[in-house]
Design a protein around this ligand. Sequence first.
Ligand code: ATP
Ligand code: MG
Length: 366
Amino acid sequence: MRIDALTLDYFRNYTHLEAKFDPQVNVIYGDNAQGKTNLLEAVGYLSGLSHRARFDKELIQFGVDHAFLKGDITARERLFVLEAELNRGSRKELRANGVKLKNTAELSGIFQSVLFCPEDLYLIREGAAARRKYLDDCICQLRPRYAQALAEYKRLHEHKIRILRDSEEKPSLLDTLDEFSLGMAKAGAVIVHYRAHFVKRLKQVAPAVHSDFSGGHEQLGLRYETVSTVTDPEASPQVIFEQLLRHQEAHRAAEIASRQCLSGPHKDDLIVEIDGNLAKTYSSQGQTRTAALSLKLAAREIFQQDTGEYPVLLLDDVLSELDPKRQEFVLNRIQGGQVFITCCEDDRLEKLLKGKTLYIKSGKLQ
Ligand code: ATP
Ligand code: MG
């Protein structure tokens, strides 16, 4: 899978860009604040990733009302032209080969990418939200049904939080509470089921990557942690649904008393251990970085197993944060698919990698 060409209009600091890419390695270099990350973000956007922006309007150039992205994609030996039109005032429009798409999940059905940025190096040390986001980003790209369930769950969850919060002043709001709990249990069951199955795959792939990475010295352990009443997270969504619902019923009074949404898949975590010890608490800086890298590279391998093709790998500024041994490991591991690597100086990477070098200055390709 690869992106052969990209056109941008009014996207972040790119007023207009037309770029062609190498099928394998693309090194994007330039000084700080020139648009390297923005370029990766544009490629990520066409694959349905929301990377930095919480809202599409952040992607539109300051002072302009719309932005346009177009990518020529080769996937499953077919060509796809993916287009996105973003508007400040109205909804975005997404198209594949001229046909309108319903949502970003449909983009990821066609084109997939795995992004790796410096914050990801802290994936293991961060709170559970960062690891949930890792799971969500991976599974959303693989399973459109998961993306739908996740969006539905988030919508209901936000609504339920508001009901609980405002119920003191307006107790009648609580009449609708059970309806929201029911919807959350339904969507939540799908989420738990898919997360459990993804972690099962991850357990088959990530420890081997981590072991290679650490020269065979370290053993990576992974465990999915979800709502305590769910006896088997890999069970069918129907079974999980009933267990989630029972759990919510048992906590109904406590939720109303505390005005908080107490438990559910929104509190899930991926527990990471190194040699049997909780990585978050006991591992060194280097060990947690290695584990984070292993999780990301494992995700790329799982995509490949699932789709027969490597997703495009977007490496934003990570190499500079790694020691030479780990840099070399990453560069060896990423052979096979298309990769975009940003950095501030090109010479060192050019020696390590063969491919195309794109120099970016003030939102322009030089
Ligand atoms: P670094 O090496 O520091 O990571 P970079 O080349 O990755 O830098 P980017 O993050 O791509 O830099 O950002 C380049 C510039 O884009 C920034 O100066 C930022 O202010 C600008 N920018 C971000 N969003 C918009 C926008 N919506 N409209 C116009 N400019 C924007
Ligand atoms: Mg950057």
